[in-house]
Design a protein around this ligand. Sequence first.
Ligand SMILES: Cc1ncc(COP(=O)(O)O)c(C=O)c1O
Length: 485
Amino acid sequence: MNDLDFTQKEFSKLLDVACELVEKQYSEMYKRPAYRPFTPTEVRSWFDEALPEEGMAVDALLKEADEKVLQTATMNLGPHMYGYVMAGGTQISSVAELLANTVNQNMGKWHLGPAMNEIEQRVIQWGADFIEYRREIDGVPEQIGGTLVSGGSAANLTGLTVARNVFFEKYKIRETGLFGQKPFIVYGSNETHGCVDKSLELLGIGTNNYRKIQCNADYTIDLNALKSQIEQDKKDGLQPFCVIGNAGTVNTGAIDDLDILADIAQEHGLWFHVDGAYGGLVASLDSHKHFYKGMERADSVAVDFHKWLYQPFEVGCCLVKNWELLKKTYYKRASYLAMDAKDDGRLDLNGHHFQLSRNAKAFKVWMSFKAYGAQAFRDMIQKDIDLTKYLARLVDDAKDFTLFNEPDLSAVCFQYIGDGTKSDEELNRLNQKIIHALENDGRVFIPGSQLLGQTVIRACLINHRKQQEHVDFLVKVIRDVAESL
Ligand SMILES: Cc1ncc(COP(=O)(O)O)c(C=O)c1O
């Protein structure tokens, strides 16, 4: 090897071995534990070495990668993952990522990757079509705008950035910043994801100007409390600016009444942003469309393809009503980017995004939609929801568990209550212990959360490989672990 490339023969061998490792992951995913409870000290020690000055043989390197990384990986692929909002990835996406990385296209400028650029625009339209987020002007469908980002947090940050810059364009805040402005008030339920807090901090709005409105018993936003708060803020001389609707809260999958939120936003002249990172894609199901009425009226919507479109990390998407809104937010002329720009209908995506250089995230989504078809995704999403309802019934019918939410989507929270004689305080402690013990056990991966001030075990089922037998196994493992404490 006289440069960084291998000979063709060496490279071909390298690819063969890598493919074998990929196949091994898939062939072992049903039998491997969900989690291997190594300590941080142990894992750190495997990588505790000085910067290598000399290269090593790649067959040995692949062996090391297999032993230290692939074999010890948290089994996100497999059917025993219930943590957070974690999908298993599709096989076609693994192949797509390899191909996309190989051609190494940069999404910043159209001519740096014409096909990938057009694919990204197409995937954004498909995402909008999938959830029926559309806009018509005089009966003619308009092209929805959007941008692919790293995930749900970035999609929410993008939506709120567009909101702030477009809404306050009149104050020229892109030039002057927020200095001298009255505080802008943002509203969302107290079950809204924490990435919104982070976004508001980053945007200079500040969390003191974020009203976390109480929820109803079903964890949706209390609309009357919201209305009163907006009135109060107006009376206090503040500037209500944006309402965030949840299309699937992270804890329980609660979907706010988006149509009424859209009415409230309209009445008060507010921006309406929907966080559909977890549940937005479920709007594609006939069985669930009614929950999402009003989402099509949102000014911006965050969705996340690495959640319920089963894509490997990272790919999220922020949709807005048209491309012009993104351009108003991000476009900056730069001589080194503008000189070659032909006026032949090309769209340079850097003008619609914070980043200049960006990888081709759309390719795996495009390959997946084409390989499986949209209906296959709807079927898998429906299967996950059905399985979650099955789990909720198992838990609700059992004497030693108590259910905390009736799931409409795929997140369900519950507590192990044993013989039912313990106080709330004791149950909190017990369930915290169970959550730690489950991680040590490793057969399933299921962390917890806090709901109504109580510690709960939370299961989220978005994995196309999960079946009823796996859900039965989950309940059995939790019971085993709880009884052993
Ligand atoms: C409702 C909701 N919003 C935002 C996010 C953040 O998404 P990401 O982890 O892709 O940044 C999540 C993650 O679970 C979520 O459930």
